[in-house]
Write a protein that binds this ligand. Structure first.
Ligand code: SF4
Length: 386
C-alpha cells in the first residue's frame, strides 16, 4: 500500500477500505488529501457552487437526564436557575422572526427531558405546521427519538411515524459523536449506543424521512475510530441512500467536564490542519454522500473557506441564534452577506438551498453571466498532485 496507488484509486472512482483510509490519513500530505477531496467534490458538483441555508436553531428545553461529559448546554431536571422549557408563545415568536428574515427551516433539538414525551412534541409540531405550513422542520436526533420511546413507552419507529405525521420533515444527525462503543461509553454512557443510533437512522430513512450524519472528533477517539465511524455511515447509506449530507466538527472544550479532564491530561485541541485532514478524508471515504458541510461555527470563517477546497460543497446555515433576535433585520443584511462574501472569496458562487439541498435561490442554480469572474480564479482551476 502506498499513497500514489491509493490516490490513483480515488481518482478512478474506486472505494477505499478502512485500512486504506487509515493509511491515507496517516501518510498522505494535506495537499494530497485536499487535491483528492477537491476532485471527488468536483465530480459530484461540477459547477463551482457552494450552498447555504437560512434557518434557526431552536431548543425547546435544555433539561436533560443524559449527562454527556462534553455538553455545556444542558441543565439537570432540578436546576431551576439554568433549566428551562420554552412556552408556546416564545417558540412562536422565534419562528416568526425566522420567517421574517427569509428563513425556511427550524432546526430543533432538545435535552432529554424526563417528562416530555412524544405527545408533547407531536402537539408542538402540529401547532407549528398549522401556523407555518411551508416551514421545514428539521428536528430531533436519534438519541432524542430513543429517549422519547422510553418516556412514551413505544418503539422508536412509532415515535418517528408519529412525529412525521405531526409535521417533522427531516432529522439532523446529532448525537453521533463517535460511533464506536469504546468511545461512546466514556463520553456519553447514557446515550443511545452506536447500533441504536444507526438503527434509528435506518428507520427514519425507511419511512421516507431524510437525515444528515455528523461526527464530533478531536477528543479521546483515535483516527481508526473516526474511520470506523465513517464506515458505519457508508454502510447505512449503501442500504438506504437516506443521508443528505455529512457534517464534522471538532470537540469544543469550554465549560464541560470532558474539556476539564482533557486539559488536566495535557490534551491539545484539534488544529485546523487536523480538521482539514479529517474532512478531506470524509469526502474521499464517503463516496456515497453527495454533500459535505464546512463547519464555520467551530472553525471560523477563514478555515471554513479553506474547507471548501477540502471537499466541502456547503457552508451550513446562516443561523439565527437567540442572541441576535433583537437584531433580526441586521442579521439578514450582515450575516447572509458575510456568508456569501466568504463563499465568493473562496472562489465559489453562493446559493441558498433547502434541507434537501435543492437550490431555492432566486438567482437560479447555475452561475449567472459574470458571476464566475467576480469570484476567485481558483473556481475552475485544478490543483496539482504534489
Ligand atoms: S443528550 Fe444532548 S443535551 Fe443531553 S447532555 Fe447529551 S448532548 Fe447535552
Amino acid at each position: 500500500m502506498d499513497v500514489s496507488t491509493l490516490s490513483a484509486k480515488v481518482l478512478d472512482g474506486a472505494r477505499l477500505s478502512e485500512q486504506e483510509g487509515l493509511f491515507l490519513h496517516e501518510n498522505a500530505g494535506l495537499d494530497t488529501l485536499a487535491f483528492l477531496a477537491d476532485e471527488v467534490r468536483r465530480r459530484k458538483h461540477p459547477d463551482p457552487v457552494v450552498t447555504y441555508i437560512i434557518d434557526r436553531n431552536l431548543n425547546p428545553t435544555n433539561i436533560c437526564v443524559t449527562d454527556c461529559t462534553f455538553c455545556a448546554f444542558y441543565a439537570k431536571p432540578k436546576d431551576e436557575v439554568k433549566g428551562y422549557v420554552l412556552d408556546r408563545e416564545e417558540i412562536y415568536k422565534r419562528v416568526q422572526e425566522t420567517v421574517d428574515v427569509g428563513g425556511v427551516q427550524i432546526l430543533m433539538q432538545s435535552g432529554h427531558h424526563p417528562q416530555l414525551g412524544v405527545e408533547w412534541f407531536s402537539e408542538l409540531f402540529q401547532d407549528l405546521m398549522e401556523r407555518w405550513p411551508d416551514l421545514h422542520l428539521h428536528a430531533m436526533s436519534p438519541p432524542e427519538i430513543h429517549h422519547l420511546s422510553k418516556v412514551s413507552k413505544c418503539s422508536t419507529e412509532e415515535v418517528l411515524r408519529r412525529l412525521q405525521a405531526a409535521g417533522m420533515n427531516s432529522m439532523p444527525g446529532g448525537g453521533a459523536e463517535i460511533l464506536t462503543e469504546s468511545v461512546r461509553k466514556q463520553i456519553a454512557a447514557r446515550k443511545a449506543d452506536t447500533d441504536t443510533w444507526l438503527r434509528i437512522m435506518e428507520e427514519a430513512h425507511g419511512i421516507g424521512m431524510r437525515t444528515t450524519a455528523t461526527m464530533m472528533f478531536g477528543h479521546i477517539e483515535t483516527v481508526a475510530d473516526r474511520i470506523e465511524h465513517l464506515e458505519r455511515l457508508r454502510q447505512v447509506q449503501d442500504r438506504t441512500g437516506g443521508f443528505t449530507a455529512f457534517i464534522d466538527w471538532t470537540f469544543q472544550p469550554g465549560d464541560n467536564p470532558l474539556g476539564d479532564q482533557l486539559h488536566a491530561e495535557g490534551w491539545k485541541k484539534a488544529t485546523h490542519a487536523e480538521y482539514f485532514r479529517t474532512t478531506a478524508l470524509a469526502r474521499i471515504y464517503l463516496d456515497n454522500f453527495d454533500n459535505i458541510q464546512a463547519s464555520f461555527v467551530t472553525q471560523g470563517a477563514s478555515a471554513a473557506q479553506l474547507a471548501l477546497r477540502m471537499g466541502c460543497n456547503d457552508f451550513g446555515s446562516a443561523m439565527l441564534e437567540e442572541n441576535v433576535v433583537s437584531a433580526a433585520g441586521c442579521f439578514e443584511l450582515v450575516e447572509i452577506k458575510n456568508i456569501e462574501r466568504n463563499i465568493r472569496e473562496a472562489g465559489f458562487i453562493p446559493r441558498q438551498r433547502n434541507q434537501a439541498y435543492d437550490i431555492i435561490d432566486p438567482r437560479g442554480a447555475a452561475p449567472q453571466p459574470g458571476e464566475l469572474e467576480s469570484c476567485g480564479a481558483a473556481a475552475t482551476g485544478k490543483h496539482q498532485l504534489v
